[in-house]
Design a protein around this ligand. Structure first.
Ligand SMILES: O=C[C@H](O)COP(=O)(O)O
Length: 251
């Protein structure tokens, strides 16, 4: 059975003082019934990991370079994230694809590097609103999956996150049927590429305006194994109800 995952992406938010939120989250959910992951800015991973030791909260990065080391000013390698205490790294987030020109081929190279370093790659895919309106959603998702996901992926080193770009930070979410259509499509595609065993073991997260109020409805959708949460992951008060809803969701 797939272990459910509640992942928080702090994006470029947070400070040392904000790590109190991780303490509060861990204290309020000592036995969450799902995996709990916080991906803070890279500078906060090591102090956050030190504080989260012995709690159910794991730490992740938000990006990494495809190379293990070298002349890449400003970049960070997967091995560095791992050494800082990360177990996961988000790759191919739409904000990186749009703001940093990341192609699916680059995302695949980064994910390969992350997996080689022993990290779980959380690979993000998602359509623009115009692509959904043109009924191209599944073509876009399928193309991004083919090009972004490394061949050596398994349920242990890959998580796939469906994040419709138009739902991120907007308060808009797809309907449960729309989420289910994409997640069922992603599952079938993974099974076709990797075989039923691996294909069924990869966790599929939904991301985009998830909050306490809509979490249970989203977690009831077929093939939704958790969430990748932005704004509502910044405080224990907002993220706690999402963790609780996932922990309580029927397997
Ligand atoms: O990585 C998280 C997503 O971009 C979702 O962000 P959001 O929950 O603020 O909409």
């Amino acid at each position: 059975m797939r272990q459910r995952l509640a992942a928080g992406n702090w994006k470029m938010n947070g400070s040392l003082a904000a790590l109190d939120e991780i303490d509060a989250l861990a204290a309020a959910h000592p036995d969450p019934g799902c995996e709990v992951l916080i991906c803070p800015p890279a500078t906060l991973i090591a102090p956050a990991a030190a504080r989260a030791r012995g709690t159910p909260v794991a730490l992740g990065g938000q990006d990494c370079h495809a190379e293990p080391a070298g002349a890449h000013t400003g970049d960070i390698s997967a091995g560095m994230l791992k050494e800082a205490g990360a177990s996961h790294v988000i790759l191919g987030h739409s904000e990186r694809r749009a703001g940093h020109g990341e192609t699916s081929e680059l995302v695949r190279a980064k994910a390969t590097a992350a997996q080689a370093a022993g990290l779980v790659a959380i690979v993000c895919v998602g359509e623009q609103l115009s692509e959904r309106e043109a009924a191209n959603t599944l073509d876009i998702i399928g193309g991004q999956m083919s090009a972004s996901i490394p061949d050596g992926s398994t349920g242990h080193n890959l998580v796939l996150a469906y994040e419709p770009v138009w739902a991120i930070g907007t308060g808009r979410t797809p309907s449960p049927d729309q989420i289910g259509e994409v997640h069922d499509f992603m599952r079938a595609r993974l099974e076709r590429r990797f075989g039923a065993g691996v294909g069924r073991s990869v966790r599929l997260l939904y991301g985009g305006s998830v909050k306490g109020a809509n979490a249970a409805e989203i977690f009831a959708v077929s093939n939704v194994d958790g969430a990748l949460v932005g704004g509502a992951s910044l405080t224990a008060a907002a993220f706690g109800p999402i963790v609780a809803a996932l922990g309580a969701a029927a397997p």
